[in-house]
Design a protein around this ligand. Structure first.
Ligand code: KIV
Length: 264
């Protein structure tokens, strides 16, 4: 068992203390992050973009995710490890169960799936079999081709209402965590207040129960040279990578990150 578990995260939500989450894809970063106080390490399929150089997460396979989850497990010192099920790895219930089991065997403590109400059946089945789930809502990068780009979600009233309905449905189905990506901060705050499970945000303002960033982004590393608006480069004011990770942890805990300029 990790030092941080779901009970820890629920207590943090109840106490109002922010949860710190950050991606890692290898043992060295998992070690640095867990030592710096990151509570949840996300082995994100963002590795398809930041490690493999693709322009989306779609080419990432279960084998890729398993390899990196195993590496993260080796370096981790007590954080909860959440691993992404990649594109089309949860298209059927059988695939969902088999691929989640693979990630759990590799060292994950929970899995993350992108989608809305249609995930309910899979979530219930996973939880019944002992696999906790985080449901990723809002901007879901695996459906970028349907969404027509990496755009803020939930700006229209109908879309915002649908997001709240989906969040409540996924919580009812058994999701232990929700992750909201690129949604207006007032909507993210409203959803975080309505659900009992902790909500982790990225590009969702400071009203969620926790924050996540892609580690390469918060270290100012970008192939294109551009960072998304919701990212802060923590290397700009620090001497080295361990100090930048610690500064991120401290800024999330102090509710100094994200600031107004990082919100939608
Ligand atoms: O894959 C990932 O790193 C993610 C974050 C962007 C939340 O899902």
């Amino acid at each position: 068992m990790p030092d941080v578990n779901l009970t820890t995260l629920y207590k943090l939500k109840q106490s109002g203390e922010k949860i710190v989450c950050l991606t890692a894809y290898d043992a060295t970063f998992a070690h640095l992050e867990s030592q710096a106080g990151v509570e949840v390490i996300l082995v994100g399929d963002s590795l398809g973009m930041v490690l493999q150089g693709h322009d989306s997460t779609l080419p990432v396979t279960v084998a890729d995710m398993t390899y990196h989850t195993r590496a993260v497990k080796q370096g981790n010192r007590g954080a909860l490890i959440m691993a992404d099920l990649p594109f089309m790895a949860y298209a059927t219930l059988e695939q969902t169960l088999n691929n989640s089991a693979e990630l759990m065997r590799a060292g994950a403590h929970m899995v993350k799936l992108e989608g809305a109400g249609w995930l309910s059946e899979s979530i219930t089945a996973l939880v019944q079999r002992g696999i906790p789930v985080c449901a990723h809502l809002g901007l879901t990068p695996q459906t970028v081709n349907v969404l027509g780009g990496y755009k803020v979600q939930g700006r229209e009233q109908a879309q915002a209402d649908a997001l709240l309905t989906d969040a409540l449905a996924l919580e009812a189905a058994g999701a232990s965590l929700l992750l909201l990506e690129c949604v207006p901060s007032d909507l993210a705050t409203r959803i975080s207040q309505r659900v009992k499970v902790p909500v982790i945000g990225i590009g969702a303002g400071s009203g969620t129960d926790g924050q996540v960033l892609v580690v390469h982004d918060m270290l100012g590393l970008s192939i294109s040279g551009r960072l998304p608006r919701f990212v802060k480069n923590f290397m700009a004011e620090t001497a080295d990578i361990p100090a930048a990770i610690k500064a991120y942890v401290d800024a999330v805990k102090a509710v100094e990150f994200p600031a107004r300029e990082h919100e939608f």
